[in-house]
Design a protein. Structure first.
Length: 106
């Protein structure tokens, strides 16, 4: 039998453990990171390079959304924010960042 422990590592959502480099994934807390906090990550170069900015809703019924440097954008629930500009390419790095911040990825 293998002993398994249930714990979280602060500031790291995924991390490697043991000499075998086992990838571990912290559970998601359920409450998404605020758009202000995510935009702060963008300013501090802690977000994927493809992310241009994170905006809150501008009008009633709109979701928080992310604009990418290629002009595309995505809503918090994973839907396309502005279809006229195309569909964003969600890389593995972007997907992990979005999920780490409580966003859905479709």
């Amino acid at each position: 039998p293998v002993t398994v422990y249930n714990f979280e590592v602060a500031d790291f959502h995924t991390y490697f453990v043991s000499g075998s480099a086992v990838l571990v994934h912290n559970s998601c807390s359920g409450k998404p990171t605020s758009t202000n906090q995510m935009q702060s990550q963008v300013r501090r170069n802690q977000a994927p390079k493809a992310v241009d900015r994170v905006d809150g809703p501008h009008i009633a019924g709109q979701q928080p959304h992310i604009h990418f440097k290629d002009g595309t954008s995505i809503n918090m629930d994973g839907t396309i924010h502005d279809k006229i500009n195309g569909i964003p390419t969600i890389t593995k790095q972007i997907k992990i960042w979005l999920e780490d911040n409580g966003w859905s990825v479709k």
